[in-house]
Design a binder for this molecule. Sequence first.
Ligand code: ADE
Length: 257
Amino acid sequence: MRLDAITLFPDFLRQCADVGVVGRARERGLLQLETWNPRDYATGKYRRVDDRPFGGGPGMLMLIDPLRACIDAARAAAAGVDAEPAPLIYLSPQGERLTQATVRRLATMPRLLLLCGRYEGIDERLIAREVHKEISIGDYVLSGGELAAAVLLDAIGRLQEGALNDADSAAQDSFEDGLLDCPHYTRSDTEGTAGIPDVLLSGDHAAIRRWRRQQSLGRTWLRRPDLLARAQLDNDDRALLDAFRHEWLASQAKNES
Ligand code: ADE
């Protein structure tokens, strides 16, 4: 998959793409990142990329023309990589909130263009004409879209086939089935096995699977009831969750007495 990022801070995104799983995906040729700096397409003595908004008010907006030239150059550079023009995603707090389902869908595309805003944002006409989708990574305001693009790059990169060493680990992630992940434990010289649920040391793989599913359901109930309300649960799930609730409420009552 190829990602083209339009950003005033290309070094930041390049560094993000060099480390960890995403770095490995790039080394393995599973993911390619190209960056495009609007400043390289700005004209005039000062190569300005921003200006004041019409109507007044605080802050500056990114200028349309350097951005459009940048987008055109990015598109032309990989023309023919895919039949359809690659979708342009603008990272902005006004966008649709990013979810794992969206990440999964985007990760299957051959190519994406990411547009990182700075200052107070981008001229609305450019958004209307060029942007296919606006994506937000959460209800808070960052000083630019680069961190959000890095989040997307990471989430998409790790899903490229062959990027993760253990093929199962993506399937077990939080959110893959609409639920939070279960707790995990590993060896410790200082802690020994204290505090580790017995079932995980039992070697009974069916019981371990059930326990993990129950913890996943229980954690989602406790921490993200909004996710649980949307999750598809079968009868086994409901029975596991009922048992979890029962135990949890009993332990709360005990702690209070
Ligand atoms: N740019 C500034 N804030 C952002 C956010 N929350 N998500 C995506 N892009 C942003």
